[in-house]
Design a protein around this ligand. Structure first.
Ligand code: HAM
Length: 434
């Protein structure tokens, strides 16, 4: 910041780093609302919150995340002790590490959730940023279909907690076995028989199908034909991919619970290598938001990377960016309100001490109040309250100090009520509940 003599100081840019967001109070209000709704929805099902650092040893992701995310999308650096460090791009490896570390002490099944911020070096665009927050809901220790059904039900509950109805979104499910089987048949037909080669191609094709929506059909055709050796890959894949027994059971079970906006879609494959069974995504039915709102599935092998027996797991991630877009599109965003319900204006400087006392009394009683420090004219003080969306104002002058009765004005409709200090809290509560 210091400039050498005579050299003009170069002004710093006020822009945030590319692809990340600043949260001004009105954005923070929405963010908090989103997190609160998410927390309430998942806690209804008995999920408990955990957390971890954004820093992880880079090797955690090399083992099993999927090449794209590790090679192209991670923020990585070497620390002063020569350790390779990654800013977490997702939470699943972290939670698997944490569960594996305490496997003996933890009592399964575990129902855990977290809302971490994650970093991915992606091209910023609608629904994609370089830092996002993601609700992660994971159930460890059950390989039962009921666990898959529960996790999808939680996702459904989260959507409803924002005021969405079944018509506003759809849940699309598939299964890694169904995808793998269809791909294996295709590869066999074109005479690819080496087991390692088959495995590798299945992994590549799975990721390619996951990205299908994001590329042109021509591009998909070229790449899929190249990887599979089948000139009619697309037609063959969709003809061969069939709902597995598990998928049919999961869908029926969900429908019995009134979750009828769920269907099988073989295009849902998920980009990560660690999924082993059911996979699903949640989409907005409004085409304005094309990116998935939620993504998840079963990953029964991930904990075994840390040694010991594997612990079956199923879960999902739901991002704040796509959720906010969804809410905006469907008119579900809350209206901004600061926590302070009352602005105490000062009509006469000699009354400042009394105004401060009133503020202290109200705060002690649990009411958030802002006290004027602008020393401006009363009209201007009221403007400040209004601009900051504080709904009520009371002005303290010699009259109020003498009578200990305060004229509380509702800025939205201009109505006024004269109250004693002890009555203000209740009055504001009933008014803001309206
Ligand atoms: P994912 O599909 O990579 O899954 O991300 C889940 C959700 O996070 C997406 O559907 C989207 O809402 C949001 N999201 C992802 N990347 C971005 C981004 N760059 N900008 C904004 N939002 C984004 C996972 O991360 C898995 N680890 C989820 C999981 C948990 N699977 C099992 N448990």
């Amino acid at each position: 910041m210091t400039a050498k003599n005579n050299e003009p100081t170069k002004k710093l840019s006020t822009e945030s780093y590319k692809g990340v967001r600043d949260f001004y109070p009105e954005d923070m209000f929405i963010q908090k609302y989103i997190f609160e709704r998410m927390r309430k929805a998942v806690e209804k099902f008995g999920y408990v919150e955990y957390g971890a650092s954004v820093l992880e040893p880079a090797e955690l992701y090399r083992a099993k995340s999927g090449e794209e995310i590790v090679n192209e999308q991670t923020y990585m650096f070497t620390d002063r002790g020569d350790r390779e460090v990654t800013l977490r791009p997702e939470m699943t490896p972290t939670v698997a590490r944490m569960v594996a570390a305490k496997r003996r002490e933890l009592s399964f099944p575990l129902r855990w959730y977290s809302i971490p911020n994650l970093f991915r070096y992606e091209k910023p665009q609608r629904g994609r940023t370089r830092e996002h927050w993601q609700l992660n809901v994971d159930l460890f220790g059950s390989d039962n279909i009921e666990a898959d059904v529960e996790v999808i039900s939680v996702a459904h509950e989260v959507m409803h907690s924002f005021g969405a109805t079944n018509n506003d979104f759809r849940i699309e499910i598939s299964h890694r076995d169904a995808t793998g089987e269809a791909l294996r048949k295709i590869l066999k037909q074109v005479n690819i028989n080496d087991l390692n080669e088959i495995q590798e191609r299945i992994s590549q094709l799975t990721k390619l199908i996951d990205r299908k929506k994001k590329m042109s059909s021509e591009d998909f055709r070229t790449k899929s034909v190249q990887l599979s050796g089948d000139p009619d890959f697309n037609d063959h894949f969709f003809a061969l991919a069939k709902e597995s027994e598990d998928i049919i059971k999961i869908i029926n079970n969900l429908k019995n619970k009134g979750i009828n906006n769920v269907s099988y879609n073989p295009e849902i494959t998920r980009g990560f290598d660690y999924y082993t069974g059911m996979v699903f995504e949640v989409f907005d039915t409004n085409p304005e938001n094309r990116r998935a709102l939620f993504g998840g599935g079963r990953y029964d092998d991930l904990t075994s990377l840390f040694g010991g027996e594997k612990i079956p797991a199923v879960g999902f991630g739901a991002g704040d960016v796509t959720m906010r877009d969804f809410m905006e599109t469907h008119g579900l965003l809350p209206t901004y309100k600061p926590t302070a319900k009352l602005y105490i204006a000062i009509q006469d400087e000699s009354c400042r001490e009394s105004a401060e006392q009133l503020a202290t009394t109200l705060r002690a009683g649990g009411t958030d109040v802002a006290l004027d420090i602008s020393h401006k004219k009363l009209g201007d003080q009221i403007k400040i309250a209004d601009r900051q969306k504080i709904p009520f104002v009371t002005a303290i002058g010699t009259e109020e100090v003498k009578s200990a009765a305060y004229r509380v004005k509702n800025l939205a409709d201009g109505t006024e009520k004269i109250l004693k200090a002890a009555e203000i809290a209740d009055y504001l509560k009933t008014q803001s509940a309206l």
